[in-house]
Design a protein around this ligand. Structure first.
Ligand SMILES: *Cc1c(COP(=O)(O)O)cnc(C)c1O
Length: 412
């Protein structure tokens, strides 16, 4: 049996990840491999660290990618901080809050949760009051919740955490590179980003950054192994348990990303190239310009959706710019519409999870996928599919409303 050369269909990807990848990133992926200790490669690693600091808006020394998908970043940070019995407070407002709980529990944390209805976010004061009650070591929270399309304001929570000497760990997987994430100004101690969302790099890496408060804990948990530890390691008091994971041990990982280059894993060379090019694109565009672009296309999409007569899901005041949740009209089979979009138009949008499954569609406008041609394609095709499925929509209105926005201000 022979297998044909890869020949994937042409797609317009309008999901909350993975999204389309800029051709420049695809080209970077085909760059020849370098050895992981080759000075030519370690120089590229240092550049990636510097670019990550800028994108995370931080002066932190530590900013590097974890190999693995985005949850690998969450797991690396949480496993390196949590010792069995540590109290962690997780405010949950969607599916990815549950993922944080799941990871914390596996590392033996005493997890306290608070919930709010899906489609809403927490009043910061509610989180702060709960934090005073629980006195956790860590507050772990999602910044951009892709499952509900909401964004949790973090500034007040961050300041309260710092004042009470609580560590703030933030999952900014879906927001980094698409909306403002001010690591230092918001007093975030450890932040986790994702590649396959607003950075528009393939899935497979999770950039993280953390400050000295986090580093101090990591160093206190260093495991001294024959042949690996140096004099340097013995400076640190080892009063705490070693980090439970080898792969996600931030102490070992930061030694590899430091000038010491202590061997840990084999770095994913091609992904480092891809991430570097993705970050270079972000910084070339400019953070403010990039956030404004995401806002602008969101506005065009929303105008189109509403002009069609569809309803948006969730609290509009805390909408996540890069994910638009649309209520599936009564009597319409959401999955039939999605599969027709894919089959007839090559366009992918997402369904949702848990209590929202079958109730909403989620349209992503992230990174390279966040462009005029994509917004107009998804609006036109969605209208056609809805009419085909017998739904009542305002025919012909959606594209006109979006074009009105585009004509009001020309942005690429
Ligand atoms: C996508 C996403 C993740 C998980 O990413 P994987 O790459 O699938 O591991 C985690 N948190 C948030 C908020 C996400 O949107």
């Amino acid at each position: 049996m022979s297998f044909a050369e890869l020949n994937t269909p042409k797609r317009t990807i309008m999901t909350p990840g993975p999204v389309e990848v800029d051709p420049r990133v695809l080209r970077a992926l085909s760059t020849p491999i370098l050895g992981q200790f080759d000075p030519a490669f370690t120089e590229i690693m240092n550049e990636v660290m510097e670019m990550l600091r800028q994108v995370f808006q931080t002066k932190n020394h530590w900013a590097f990618p974890i190999d693995g998908t985005s949850r690998a970043g969450n797991e690396a940070v949480l496993s390196s901080l949590i010792e069995p019995g540590d109290k962690v407070l997780v405010p949950i407002y969607g599916r990815f809050g549950h993922l944080l709980v799941e990871i914390c529990e596996r590392y033996g944390a005493d997890v306290h949760t608070i919930d709010c209805p899906w489609g809403e976010v927490f009043d910061s004061e509610v989180v702060i009051v709960e934090m005073k009650k629980v006195s956790p070591k860590i507050v772990a929270i999602v910044h951009g919740e892709t499952s509900t399309g909401r964004m949790q304001p973090l500034e007040q929570i961050g300041k309260a955490c710092r004042a009470q000497d609580v560590l703030l760990v933030v999952d900014a997987v879906a927001s980094i590179g698409g909306v403002e994430v001010k690591t230092d100004d918001w007093c975030i101690d450890a932040v986790v980003g994702g590649t396959q969302k607003c950075l528009s790099v393939p899935s497979g890496m999770a950039p993280i950054s953390y400050n000295e408060r986090v580093e101090k804990i990591i160093l206190s948990r260093k495991k001294v192994e024959r042949g690996i530890a140096t004099e340097d390691d013995n400076r640190y008091m080892r009063s705490s348990l070693p980090i439970a994971s080898n792969y996600f041990d931030l102490g070992m990982l930061q030694d590899y990303w430091s000038p010491r280059r202590l061997n840990h894993h084999t770095e994913a060379t091609s992904m480092v190239y891809a991430l570097r090019e993705g970050l270079r694109l972000v910084l070339e565009e400019g953070l403010d310009e990039r956030f404004a672009r995401h806002k602008f296309h969101e506005q065009a999409l929303i105008s189109g959706i509403e002009a069609m007569g569809l309803k948006l899901f969730g609290d509009p005041d805390n909408k996540l710019t890069c994910v638009t949740c649309v209520e599936i009209p009564p009597g319409v089979d959401g999955e039939a519409v999605r599969s027709m979009l894919l089959q007839e138009f090559g366009i992918e949008i997402a369904s949702s999870f848990g209590p929202l499954h079958g109730k909403i569609w989620r349209i992503g406008t992230m990174g390279y996928s966040c462009r005029k041609e994509n917004i107009l394609s998804v609006l036109g095709a969605l209208e056609a599919c809805l009419i085909r499925q017998g739904a009542k929509v305002n025919r012909g209105e959606a594209l006109q409303a979006a074009l009105d926005i585009y004509e009001s201000k020309e942005v690429s």
